[in-house]
Design a protein around this ligand. Structure first.
Ligand code: ADP
Ligand code: MG
Ligand code: MG
Length: 250
């Protein structure tokens, strides 16, 4: 069943009026993992931010639906509650708020939206512990303040933990692999695979083939100048890595 459906989406920077997305089409079904690759500045992050309702952008035309519901008719918070969640490309530090409190707040927002009981701190600990184990994360992580003094790799893991806690139907990870060494990348790839359990869908934005080799996305899209210009399998990523964008011209 179709989960996310983006049709002819055009969007501009609110402040300058500059058109960045120039007719994007993208359909993601339940349980699928898609990757978008493309040069710096091609509009990948803009697409993700427009979908979650970032105020810096305005939709010019086109539609985006999540499970048939019009995303652009929902407030950003409602989109997250409906099951669309974007990891933070540059995670913020939140001084004085512990990671557990932050995660529990996010988790309870989603539970409320699904009509489920909120979890108290003890219950949340029980919910979180197996996830930490699955993600191979140290429990000491929880008592620290949100992203304060985290290393690059720890911030990435924390993004994945946030996504795991949200249990979103449609998770978007924007450059989760940037700046990671080979070991950290392997851990992150493992963690990303955990997010795919059940019929959850993933959209990965990446510059590199390395992550995709470990994840085997169902589809790879190439973005260029605000449009998805090519769609294929993992072979597109391989072609890109070997020959650059020129090799993809058809
Ligand atoms: P990518 O993620 O593919 O590297 P982006 O979506 O970040 O690309 O950016 C696409 C283009 O849109 C770039 O030229 C960038 O400068 C421009 N852009 C994106 N967001 C803004 C903004 N808030 N204000 C001005 N220009 C922006
Ligand atoms: Mg970029
Ligand atoms: Mg980007």
């Amino acid at each position: 069943e179709v989960l996310l459906d983006v049709v002819d989406l055009r969007a501009k920077v609110a402040e300058t009026g500059e058109e960045i997305l120039r007719g994007v089409n993208l359909t993601i079904r339940e349980g699928e993992t898609h990757a978008i690759m493309g040069k710096n500045g091609s509009g990948k992050s803009t697409l993700t931010k427009v979908l979650v309702g970032h105020p810096a952008y305005e939709v010019i035309s086109g539609t985006a639906t999540l499970k048939g519901e019009d995303l652009f008719a929902m407030e950003p918070e409602a989109r997250a509650r409906a099951g669309l969640f974007l990891s933070f490309q540059s995670p913020i530090e939140v001084p004085g708020v512990s990671n557990t409190d932050f995660l529990r707040m996010m988790c309870n927002e989603r539970r409320k939206a699904r009509g489920e009981e909120e979890l108290d701190p003890l219950e949340f600990y029980g919910f979180l512990t197996p996830k930490l184990e699955q993600l191979n994360m140290d429990p000491s992580f929880l008592t620290r303040n949100v992203n304060e003094g985290f290393s690059g790799g720890e911030k990435k893991r924390n993004e994945i933990l946030q996504l795991a806690v949200m249990e979103s139907e449609m998770s978007i990870l924007d450059e989760i692999d940037s700046g990671l060494d080979v070991d950290a990348l392997r851990d992150v790839a493992k963690a990303v695979n955990i997010l795919r359990e059940g019929d959850k869908a993933l959209l990965l934005i990446t510059h590199y083939q390395r992550l995709l080799d470990a994840i085997h996305p169902d589809k790879v899209h190439i973005m260029q100048k605000g449009q998805i210009v090519q769609t294929g399998g993992i072979e597109l990523a391989t072609q890109l890595e070997e020959g650059g964008f020129a090799s993809l011209a058809n």
